[in-house]
Design a protein around this ligand. Structure first.
Ligand code: TXA
Ligand code: MG
Length: 319
């Protein structure tokens, strides 16, 4: 029997009972639990096989609740919340004592956002507590952007995937921390840097492994299919180098129709980066189930959302 359902009251019942529910957001599906339930939070880490040093994002119903979660809100954090919430930006700020250490992996800061999905906003409004929700995939696997992706991963572990349809943004939120009240990007994501800079001015990016103490989730291998994956700026050349293999090809907007290719996925025939981002993980899930020898992914133009897409594709290539 399917665990996918649109029944919000069932989700409320399970969450009130310290159980987990997969919830839709605009970015990816999350594996959600009550932030104040140690039982639920431990279940999140166990179900995902996530290392305990990797902290969770707290999801709140509206920006008015931010001061319940954090002790200090820099001016530029306010500007970002006003500009982008509900939406795919996560702010990392000093945590209130009431936020359990297990959520933040003993860090003094907490990551928080207001997701932009009508079902999950409705759910959060009806609950008496915020939800911790990492992406609903086993640690380091491809994130889920459709309810079926979650069901395939966790049908034996959870009772409900709240159905909110396919995610419209399709890559995770942009994570922003603060040093001396100045914003710094810890994870590239659904909101392009250029858009963030229109609100707060020039912003530094520390999206690499060396900031792992600040953003421990930024591990090199992440979002990764089981199938070997390469990222290339020269599709034709890379096809030549992989003769006689079963190849899956993911391109931005050009159909290649090369006879060498077993399976091809064009992310946006109109060369629209938003559309491409929304389909990226679905393409990876699709290819990973095709019993291929290799997935070849075409590099994106390195601006706007293209930067975030390239970041995810690069991590998908690591072994
Ligand atoms: O779009 C998203 O952000 C999705 C949806 C479900 O909201 N969630 C998501 O969660 O991507 P997760 O757990 O897969 O990634 C959370 C990231 C991790 O890289 C973690 O290291 C970082 O947030 N993080 C959490 N708390 C942090 C903190 N206090 N300081 C720095 N990074 C933090
Ligand atoms: Mg994740």
């Amino acid at each position: 029997m399917s665990i996918i359902s649109t029944d919000i009251s069932k989700a409320i019942e399970l969450l009130n009972n310290e159980e987990l529910v997969a919830i839709p957001t605009e970015t990816v599906y999350g594996l959600a639990g009550n932030i104040y339930s140690e039982k639920a939070i431990k279940l999140i880490f166990n179900t995902k096989k996530r290392p305990s040093f990797n902290p969770l994002i707290v999801h709140i119903a509206s920006k008015d609740r931010l001061s319940d979660i954090v002790t200090h809100i820099p001016e530029k954090a306010k500007l970002l919340a006003d500009a982008f919430w509900p939406g795919p930006i996560t702010l990392v700020l000093p945590k209130q004592k009431s936020i359990p250490n297990i959520i933040t992996s003993n860090k003094s800061t907490v990551a928080v956002r207001v997701p932009n999905h009508p079902k999950t906003l409705e759910l959060l409004k009806q609950l008496d507590f915020p939800l911790a929700a990492p992406s609903a995939n086993p640690f380091s696997n491809i994130s889920p952007t459709k309810p079926e992706h979650v069901e395939n991963y966790f049908r034996n572990d959870i009772k409900l995937v709240l159905d909110g349809g396919p995610c419209t943004s399709g890559i995770e939120s942009t994570i922003i921390g603060f040093e001396n009240d100045e914003p710094i990007i810890y994870r590239l994501g659904s909101i392009p840097i250029e858009e963030i800079e229109t609100i707060v001015g020039k912003i530094k990016v520390k999206n690499k492994k060396e900031v792992s103490p600040d953003a421990p989730g930024m591990l090199e291998r992440h979002y990764a299919p089981k199938t070997a994956t390469v990222l290339t700026d020269n599709v034709i050349e890379t096809l030549k180098q992989n003769k006689n293999k079963r190849i899956g090809l993911i391109t931005f907007c050009t159909q290649t129709e090369n006879i060498q290719v077993t399976s091809e996925f064009v992310l946006s025939v109109n060369c629209d980066m938003n559309e491409a981002a929304s389909k990226l993980y679905d393409a990876l899930h699709y290819m990973d189930n095709k019993n291929l020898d290799i997935i070849i992914a075409e590099q994106f133009p390195n601006h706007g959302l293209g930067k975030s897409i390239n970041d995810r594709l690069l991590r998908a290539t690591k072994r």
